[in-house]
Design a protein around this ligand. Sequence first.
Ligand code: ADE
Length: 462
Amino acid sequence: MHFHVLTLFPEMVLGGLKTSILGRACDKGLISIDAVNIRDYTTEKHNKVDDYPYGGGAGMLMQAQPVFDAYKSIAEKYHRKKPLRVIYVTPQGSVFNQDMARAFAQEENLVFLCGHYEGIDERVLEEIVTDYVSIGDYVLTGGELPAMVMIDAISRMVPGVLKNEDSGEFESFHENLLEYPQYTRPEVWHEKSVPTVLLSGDHAKVDKWRILQSIERTKMRRPDLYEKYNLPGRALEYLKQDKLLHMDMIESIKRGNGEVLAVRADGVLLRDKKSNIHMVTAENKDAGERLLSFADTEAELFVCHQHFLADSVKARFGKKSSAACCQAVYTKKIPFSVDWPWEIRTLDESQIDVVYENYHELADRDELLLALKEGRIYGAFSDEELAGFIGLHEEGSMGMLTVFDTYRKQGIGLTLEKYLINCMLEQGHTPYGHIFIDNQISLLMQRKLGLKICPKNIFWVY
Ligand code: ADE
């Protein structure tokens, strides 16, 4: 990558940049920095480059002619396929940040125009400048220091400039978090010890500690950056890549219950606050292990979205059982037409006995009582007699569908689910359910109602 600096003080720019890491990068040919002295291009016989502003006012302005001709000397050599990107460093520009550094590092050539005195004749700026960039809301005496700051930050993003390719990315401002605290030898200094977790050799634990430190530090020191960190937003971005597999996690977040515990480029872990269920998805076992290090050690119930995660959860949290399920999602937005002969009503606590009697294999009495108290179970009535019911589990999935023997084969089950889907749609939710993989009857019914079945299984681990 080639940097070209249009300046009245080339020695300042080159002296400041051609040392240390950037000096080495220049020697290796990874970057080049050349400074073009604007004064060399003036046609004025006393070598003047500035003059008084029209209309009066304080100070002098740099004239258009020498700036333009200095620019042309570069453009003639380097402007080939693509117009040159010319950055005018000025307090009037957009404020430089890490994202801009990353974007500028994609260019093959970058020209920096450094102003001095009170500024530069507007007409030449209009002709050559593509970007107006500031380094902050304060005024310096010239553009050289800002240009040097930007060149340093951009160069670090050029592959090979930093020894460790990773370190340009995993540091302050990556993902809008500040860097965690770092320690080196000796282990104890001024009676202060290095945090023991860093000596443990457990990479997952170290990762977790560092991320939590980064989060805390950002919250304290840069609340403005912390706002942008936006864990739920980033989690949703990942989860939406496979909506059918992740709808339970997506809905948990969207309904305001999902506390995102960790997000990576290859997975997400969250805790549904209402049900206290942990939900996890990852692209490989290693990513899964790292995510699971953020789970509560006392966690009782997990929904794993890959088989290898179920194995990890069993080993890590001492769980013995798991059940494979299919996730069914009603992806349409249109509700069912209400054309059934049964009355459907929300059940209350007085119906606990009949609900518990008919649905006790998969839920305990307290859970069902809570669902009734919260109005999450709906009953179909035929001539004022309860014929069956359906409910919403605490984490938000549809289930508990039960039709009493004497009322079977009349379409009551289908009706109850249509009713619940309509309720969910009305509240702006996406209806979904988890069905045991061997429950062919239910799977058939989901298809009949138009729900999509995710081809990948999920695993409840407890
Ligand atoms: N020139 C003078 N002050 C500046 C600033 N804050 N950023 C960029 N260029 C400048």
